[in-house]
Design a protein around this ligand. Structure first.
Ligand code: HEC
Length: 114
C-alpha cells in the first residue's frame, strides 16, 4: 500500500469510528430531572390527543412501570408515532419523560390522565 492510500484508509476508518460514536452518544438516555409540570402539559397536548383511545391505545403515566418508561424512551425511534416525537425538542421529550417516569405505575405517585 502506498503512503497516499494508507492515509486515505486511516482517514476513512477514523471517520467510520467517529460516526459510530456520535450515533451512540445521540442515543443518550433521558433523565428524570426535566420539568414535571411542563411534561404533563406537553403530554396532554401532544400525545394524549391520539393516546386517549381514539386513534391509539389510551396512555397515562401509570400505564407503564418506571423501567418500562425507561426502555420506551431509550428506543422511541422504533415506535409507530416517532414523527410525533420528532416534532418535539429533546428538552421537551425530557420533560415528558420526567412526568411519565415520576408518575409511573410503580412510582411513589402513580398518575392517570382522564
Ligand atoms: C397522531 C397520533 C399519535 C400521537 C400524536 C402520538 N402517538 Fe404514540 N402511537 C400512535 C399509534 C397509532 C401507535 C401504535 C398503536 C398503539 O400503540 O396504539 C403509537 C404507539 C406509541 C407507543 C408504543 C405503544 C405502547 O403502549 O408502548 C408509545 C410508548 C407512544 N406511542 C408514546 C407516545 C408519546 C410519548 C407521544 C407524544 C410525544 C405520542 N405517542 C404521540 C399514535 C400517536
Amino acid at each position: 500500500m502506498n503512503k497516499g492510500k494508507k492515509i486515505l484508509t486511516i482517514t476513512i476508518i477514523a471517520f467510520i469510528i467517529g460516526s459510530f460514536f456520535s450515533v451512540v452518544m445521540a442515543a443518550d438516555n433521558f433523565t428524570n430531572d426535566g420539568n414535571d409540570r411542563k411534561g404533563k402539559y406537553l403530554f396532554r397536548k401532544n400525545c394524549r390527543t391520539c393516546h386517549d383511545g381514539s386513534s391509539a391505545a389510551t396512555m397515562s403515566p401509570n400505564t407503564k412501570t418506571q423501567a418500562q418508561w425507561e426502555r420506551t424512551f431509550k428506543k422511541y425511534e422504533r415506535l409507530e408515532c416517532v414523527e410525533e416525537w420528532n416534532k418535539r425538542s429533546q428538552g421537551e421529550l425530557k420533560d415528558v419523560y420526567t412526568y411519565l417516569y415520576n408518575h409511573g405505575y410503580d412510582s411513589p405517585q402513580p398518575a392517570t390522565c382522564k
